[in-house]
Ligand binder design. Structure first.
Ligand code: IPE
Ligand code: IPE
Ligand code: MG
Ligand code: MG
Length: 289
């Protein structure tokens, strides 16, 4: 698969974002700048790969869900880079949103991308109303004050407070969105309850593995390959998996999580339908950027 599967997923999402962001004004330009920039779209890949497992949704529904997740992710990155947060000047191989535009516009672009993420699900022609309500609710729970944003707050707090738990921070700031990327194709349908629980558990582990590798890559790669700073965590005195456990142990932990998840996927789903999810689970920890 993965390169062609993932690039197809990416293309579908980019086309959808193009169709959503058509105005020529400053705020739309700023949203387009970040949301259409070169990225891996790995969360979109997870949505499509999850959707294949039990095939409940058609292409339209899956594309809207994947787009919504990627819009939410782009918002989080714009805000994450702001001077008051990680203060990073480079993202996705180009100047960060606040550097290209200005801080106020970057804040607003993040706000508007988040709103658009919810709108994209609520307006979808490929999802039932019951599914939409549950998808919007779960996305809000995953990304709000009990999820990603709480994780971002702990991430900032941990710059000064060493007693915070790195696994908790990563599970909140990164894994929550990945959990919902995996479960969202099956929400609002009692028939898929068991699948939802299983995918949620897998998402927690895959998401943790993904953020551990992000921490590892920051110290083992370079900023051109990453498309972002490779000095940010050090400069900001961040608590990362690497700062707590070192590079070797971090890699071992990420690989163990990925392998465990692959075994679980193999045990619980038909192999023909799970191939893409297995390969993406492997890619989460074998990637170079
Ligand atoms: C970066 O995410 C932020 C983290 C949660 C580690 P990605 O590595 O998926 O970034 P893009 O979307 O490809 O730019
Ligand atoms: C960011 O984590 C996670 C979110 C944006 C929610 P990081 O701060 O480690 O991500 P990068 O390294 O800036 O991409
Ligand atoms: Mg950051
Ligand atoms: Mg990082």
């Amino acid at each position: 698969m993965s390169s062609s599967f993932l690039s197809e997923c990416k293309q579908k999402v980019l086309n959808r974002i193009e169709s959503l962001l058509v105005n020529k004004d400053q705020i739309t330009s700023s949203m387009r700048y970040s949301a259409l920039a070169d990225s891996k779209c790995i969360r979109a890949g997870l949505v499509f790969a999850s959707g294949k497992l039990e095939g409940q949704l058609d292409e339209v529904g899956l594309t809207d869900i994947a787009t919504s997740i990627e819009l939410m992710h782009s918002y989080s990155l714009i805000h994450d880079d702001l001077p008051a947060m990680d203060d990073d000047g480079m993202r996705r191989g180009q100047p960060s949103n606040h550097v290209k535009f200005n801080e106020a516009t970057a804040i607003l672009a993040g706000d508007a991308l988040q709103a658009l993420a919810f709108e994209t699900i609520a307006s979808s022609k490929g999802i039932t109303d019951a599914h939409k309500v549950e998808a919007v609710r779960m996305l809000a729970v995953a990304c709000g004050h009990q999820g990603m944003v709480l994780g971002q707050q702990y991430d900032l707090d941990a710059e000064k407070n060493e007693s915070l738990d790195i696994e908790l921070i990563h599970s909140l700031k990164t894994a929550k969105l990945i959990e919902v990327a995996l479960t969202m194709p099956y929400l609002g349908n009692e028939m898929h309850k068991k699948t939802q629980v299983l995918l949620n558990n897998l998402g927690e582990k895959i998401g943790l593995a993904f953020q551990i590798m992000d921490d590892v890559l920051e110290v083992s790669s370079d900023s051109v390959t990453l498309g972002k700073s490779n000095l940010s965590d050090i400069t900001n005195k961040k608590m990362t998996y690497v700062s707590v456990y070192g590079v070797e142990e971090s890699i071992q932990k990420a690989e163990a999580l990925s392998n465990f998840c692959i075994e679980q996927i193999q045990e619980n789903f038909e192999i023909d339908k799970a191939r893409e999810l297995i390969e993406l689970t492997h890619l989460m920890v074998s990637r170079s950027n």
